[in-house]
Structure formats: structure tokens, C-alpha cells
Design a binder for this molecule. Structure first.
Ligand code: PNS
Length: 160
């Protein structure tokens, strides 16, 4: 039986924290679909296509990772690729309430899809796309936080 998981997020842009979760998820599942979804409470910097392209670049060495995007509910996307698992990273206690809320909602929507949490490497526990954008905007050094391709894309976006 092929175990297929979906690793959803805004990925605006992908960071080393995301990449760590994707790599570890790809060791456990046969196939991992990294899917860019809309988070209605966030305003994005990169277009969906730009985010997908960056994810594709930085995950190209991982053979069982596929990159996709979807407009709609995560559980509907999971169904469409026959995934029965969702992977989410958990950084700190502060993530817990939000994650519990979306996991519970997803379970109400489809109780056949199980959510698995991977504890973020402590090295990245403070890291978020928002904090990266904040630092990059003012030309701060983000080379330890995101891959080179993402750093270049941020520099282009902010015309630095
Ligand atoms: O990286 P993020 O912003 O924490 O990811 C959140 C995301 C995109 C996974 C979540 O907002 C999502 O699943 N959006 C799609 C709509 C949906 O299915 N919502 C879940 C029910 S609350």
C-alpha cells in the first residue's frame, strides 16, 4: 500500500523550517504532495506560481516530493490525490491552539484523513515566513533561514 501525505501551507516563501519538515515527512511517507493553499487570514508577497517554483527548486533532490497548488479545502485536495494523511510542523506551544483548531475542523470535514505533526528542529523553532520577509525587506541577512534561491527571490521582490 502506497502511503500518500499532503504537506499544506502558505509557503510565502518556503523556509529552512518548512524544508526540514518536508524532508522528514518524505522519509516516512511514500509520496508527499507539498501544496500551496490560500490562508484567508494572510496577505501574500509571492504569487502562487512563484511559491510553487521556489518549492520545486529547493525540493528537486527529493524524488518522492511533488509540488502543487489548490484553491479550496485542504481535505478536498487530499481526496483528489488519494492522500489519507496531512503533515504539519509544530514549532512551539504558541502553534498548538491554531493547529488544534484546523486539525479538528479538517476531521469534521473528513474523518478518514489523519493529521501528523512533526516537531520542528529546535534550530528553526523561531522561524516563520513572516519573520523572514520582515528581515529581508530591510536588507537583513536571511542566508541561515532560507535557501539561496529564496534569498534571491526576496531580494528581487524588494528590489534590493
Ligand atoms: O502555512 P499556513 O498559513 O499556516 O497554512 C495554513 C493552511 C493554508 C494549511 C490552511 O489555511 C488551509 O488549509 N487552507 C485551505 C482552506 C482549508 O481547508 N481550511 C481548513 C479548515 S479550517
Amino acid at each position: 500500500m502506497t502511503r500518500i501525505a499532503v504537506c499544506p501551507g502558505s509557503f510565502d516563501p518556503i523556509t529552512y523550517g518548512h524544508l526540514d519538515i518536508i524532508k522528514r515527512g518524505a522519509k516516512v511517507f511514500d509520496e508527499v504532495y507539498v501544496v500551496v493553499l490560500n490562508n484567508s487570514s494572510k496577505k501574500s508577497l509571492f504569487s502562487i506560481q512563484e511559491r510553487m517554483d521556489l518549492i520545486g527548486e529547493v525540493t528537486k533532490q527529493i524524488p518522492n516530493v511533488k509540488v502543487d497548488s489548490f484553491q479550496g479545502l485542504l481535505v478536498d485536495y487530499a481526496n483528489s490525490v488519494q492522500a489519507d494523511a496531512i503533515i504539519r510542523g509544530l514549532r512551539a506551544v504558541s502553534d498548538f491552539e491554531y493547529e488544534m483548531q484546523i486539525t479538528s475542523m479538517n476531521r469534521v470535514l473528513n474523518d478518514k484523513i489523519e493529521t501528523f505533526f512533526i516537531m520542528t528542529n529546535s534550530q528553526y523553532s523561531f522561524l516563520s515566513s513572516s519573520i523572514v520577509k520582515e528581515v529581508a525587506q530591510y536588507n537583513g541577512n536571511v542566508s541561515d533561514l532560507v535557501p539561496q534561491e529564496v534569498e534571491d527571490a526576496l531580494r528581487n521582490k524588494f528590489s534590493l
